[in-house]
Design a protein around this ligand. Structure first.
Ligand SMILES: *[C@@H]1O[C@H](CO)[C@@H](O)[C@H](O)[C@H]1NC(C)=O
Ligand SMILES: *[C@@H]1O[C@H](CO)[C@@H](O)[C@H](O)[C@H]1NC(C)=O
Ligand SMILES: *[C@@H]1O[C@H](CO)[C@@H](O)[C@H](O)[C@H]1NC(C)=O
Length: 471
């Protein structure tokens, strides 16, 4: 029997396609995230807003949303605090416990101020169990464990290996810690796998492979994820192995948020604004998005909303265009023309709140309409009355009705901006905290810990809800 060459080619293509599909299905849980971001925190507090925050880890990675590298930041720059500052974590007041700092020291660089204020408490609340509803970032920032409180020559150096490479995340050695003026700089950072057996801590970011070396007793294994459980590899194989987690989740050991807002004074969470945020705005809702498909059906929601209120979708999913090369101008439109912005995440998962909320939304003079994490999660991290959650409304039509109400009532609209100037988005100095925490293991108060079922912790039944509603 002779097969026609054209048929043979077609057959070949079909077989290859099937193989590729099967391969991908098989390795589904190993798919790498499309977008990675480092939790450096913003440099809102260093006068160079947004640039570092939005810098992707891999240069070839295209940010899902419009690139805001050129944005100049908006005119709502936080005013320096007028009084001494207190920070409260649950019932723990930072200022009282560790001393206070004045506006002169802190104005505009609150994150550095907290970091430079070393805490003296030998057993501060730094672990998830210590503060069940908090991220402990502020405490970790000033942490100087006992083992480091001795002459420099006697301080141990902890070896931390980023098992999947450092990229431009940190310099090798201690330099990053020294550059950032960390409270503890006694950590040797590397990505040399061949030294894994000698490391004090191994860090597994994004992709996971079972290391080959024999794990020495006491070696800390930490998993690091910035993407939602839908876009991170399976962890089932790693039961009883990870000691720590470092993710955007508030109950991670070392929380790596996309941004962190810290109020100057927990008793002053609003401030009269001498500005009408509605003035001169002629447009309603904007959304900058390039990848519309997402499990939470955000595009369908936006389109439905668009039936009842004007929604301008910029990027490849919509009809409006605002070129990336002019991203500064695009974001200026949010400040000047639009009243609302859709800060829609790609996953409805607990605590999954990214720069779409913090930078695109809160970073501009626009009210973010949020979809993604649970409303309680936004309340935990967002300034009070700074956003509208879609789940507060039965459907897009009901939401649109409320937006029209805000649109017609400037006083009501302005209530969403009373938080501006009451605090700062701080740099959370992830590496500083990581180094301090590795030293904290030597403390007499450290209780060895590990996640018996880290897959359940990360991807348990209540963590992500597909396209469902939270409330
Ligand atoms: C914080 O705000 C409260 C209420 O306005 C005020 O009484 C207190 O003095 C402020 N604390 C500091 C440290 O400024
Ligand atoms: C918070 O207050 C409770 C009850 O007063 C106390 O038991 C707990 O230790 C406090 N937590 C912190 C972190 O101070
Ligand atoms: C890390 O986890 C292992 C179990 O995988 C445990 O034996 C060890 O004590 C833990 N170490 C620390 C520092 O928590």
């Amino acid at each position: 029997m002779r097969i026609h060459p054209r048929r043979a080619v077609t057959l070949g293509i079909v077989i290859c396609t099937v193989l590729v599909i099967l391969f991908n299905l098989y390795y589904m849980d190993e798919w790498k995230p499309g977008v990675q971001q480092r939790p450096w925190g913003s440099d809102f507090d260093q006068g160079k807003p947004l640039k570092q925050v939005l810098q992707p880890f891999h240069e070839h990675v295209i940010r899902e949303d419009i690139d805001a590298n050129n944005h100049k930041g908006g005119d709502d720059k936080a005013e320096p605090p007028k009084h001494r500052s207190h920070f409260q974590i649950a019932n723990y007041t930072y200022g009282e416990k560790y001393g206070e700092f004045t506006s002169k020291e802190c104005g505009g660089r609150l994150g550095d101020c907290i970091k430079d204020h070393h805490i003296r408490d030998p057993n501060p609340p730094i672990w998830p169990a210590d503060v069940p509803n908090g991220d402990r970032i502020v405490t970790q920032l000033g942490l100087v464990p006992d083992s480091v409180r001795r002459p420099a020559a006697e301080r141990p150096i902890k070896k931390i290996i980023a098992y999947n490479g450092l990229g431009n995340w940190a310099k090798r050695g201690r330099q990053t810690l020294i550059d950032q003026n960390c409270p503890v700089t006694e950590c040797d950072i590397s990505d040399d796998r061949s030294k894994a057996a000698q490391a004090d801590a191994l860090l597994f970011q994004h992709s996971l492979a079972q290391p080959f070396h024999k794990r020495p007793p006491g070696q800390i294994w930490a998993v690091y994820f910035l993407e939602s459980p839908y876009h991170t590899p399976g962890l089932t194989r790693f039961a009883n192995q990870f000691n720590w987690t470092s993710t955007y989740r508030h109950d991670s050991d070392i929380v790596a948020p996309y941004e962190k807002f810290v109020p100057y004074n927990v008793s002053q969470l609003t401030k009269p604004q001498n500005k009408n945020y509605a003035a001169g705005k002629t447009k309603k809702v904007a959304w900058f998005v390039s990848n519309c498909g997402a499990r939470n059906n955000r595009k369908q929601y936006a389109e439905e909303l668009g039936k009842y209120i004007e929604v301008d979708i910029y990027g490849s999913c919509g009809v409006k265009k605002c070129p990336r090369s002019q991203s500064g101008k695009c974001f200026d439109m949010l400040d000047n023309d639009y009243k609302f912005y859709l800060s829609f995440e790609n996953s409805n998962c607990r605590d999954y709140i990214t720069e779409k909320f913090y930078v695109n939304g809160l970073g501009h003079n626009v009210i973010p309409i949020v979809m993604g994490a649970h409303p309680d999660d936004y309340k935990r991290v967002g300034p009070p009355r700074s956003f509208i959650h879609v789940d507060e409304f039965a459907n897009p039509e009901a939401l649109a009705k409320y937006l029209h109400k805000l649109d017609q009532d400037d006083n009501l609209y302005n209530e969403y901006f009373q938080w501006k100037g009451t605090g700062e988005f701080i740099n959370t100095y992830w590496w500083c905290r990581m180094c301090s925490m590795v030293h904290a293991v030597d403390s007499e108060y450290y209780k060895p810990k590990f996640y018996s079922d880290v897959e359940k912790w990360w991807r348990g039944p209540d963590v992500c809800i597909g396209s469902g509603k939270w409330i």
